[in-house]
Design a protein around this ligand. Sequence first.
Ligand SMILES: NC(=O)c1ccc[n+]([C@@H]2O[C@H](COP(=O)([O-])OP(=O)(O)OC[C@H]3O[C@@H](n4cnc5c(N)ncnc54)[C@H](OP(=O)(O)O)[C@@H]3O)[C@@H](O)[C@H]2O)c1
Length: 214
Amino acid sequence: MKTLGLIGAGHIGSQLARLAVKNGYDVVVSNSRGPQTLADLVAGLGPRARAATPEDAAQAGDIVVVTIPLKNLRDVPAAPLAGKIVIDTLNYYPQRDGHIADLDHEKTTTSEMVQARLPASKVVKAFKHIYAAELTTHGQPAGSAGRRALAIAGNDAAAKKEVAALIDQFGYDTVDVGPLSESWRIQRDTPGYGPRRTAEALRKDLAAATRPPR
Ligand SMILES: NC(=O)c1ccc[n+]([C@@H]2O[C@H](COP(=O)([O-])OP(=O)(O)OC[C@H]3O[C@@H](n4cnc5c(N)ncnc54)[C@H](OP(=O)(O)O)[C@@H]3O)[C@@H](O)[C@H]2O)c1
C-alpha cells in the first residue's frame, strides 16, 4: 500500500490519517462538506496529505477507510471502491443513527451492512473498539509486553492479512474474530468493546461475548 484513502475525517479518520502519515503513507482525506473544510487537518498532516471528495479519496486509496456515522452509509460511493480493501470502523448508535430494525433484532451486523453496500469490495472491520484519542497513544512496537490488540473481522483472508499488517505497523496486535457475521462479538456492550486488552485477554472477551436474542 502507498496511499490510504479516508471517507470521513472526524475523530477516527483524522487519527488514522496521522498514523498513516507517521508510517510513511500518503493520505487522501474526505468528508461530506468538501475538501476546503479539511484545510487545517491537511496542514497539520503535512505534505503527504491532501483533501478530496469521497469519490476521489476512494479512487486514490490502495486501501480505503470508511469512518462516518452509520446513518450515512448509503452515501459511500461503491463504484470506485470495487475490488479494493475497505476498512470499516462503523458502530451503531440508535440515538445518532436512528433505529435500524435488523440491528435492533440482531439479524445482521454493521459490517455486513457495509459489505452489502459495497458488494465488490473486500470489507474488513477494524478500529471499532478503541477510542479515537487512544489510537495515537496506545500503540507500541511489535513484541512489546502488554501490547494492545485490536479485533478484525472479514470474509476475505488475504484482505484481513493485509489489514493486520497495517495495524501492526500502527502499533497493535490483531485478533481475528472470523467472518463479518461474527463481528457482533466486538460490538457495543460486549466485554471487549472499549477497554485496553492484550491479544490473549481480547480472545477471552470475544469468546465470552453474548448476543441478545433475535
Ligand atoms: N469516536 C470514536 O472513538 C470511535 C471509535 C470507534 C469507532 N467509531 C465509529 O467510527 C465512525 C466515525 O466515528 P467518529 O467519531 O470519527 O465520527 P465523527 O467525529 O463524527 O466524524 C465523522 C466524519 O464522517 C464525515 N461524514 C459524515 N457523513 C459523511 C458522508 N455522507 N460522506 C463523507 N463523509 C461523511 C464527517 O464529515 P462532515 O463534517 O462533512 O459531516 C466527519 O469527517 C462512527 O461510525 C463511529 O461510531 C468511533
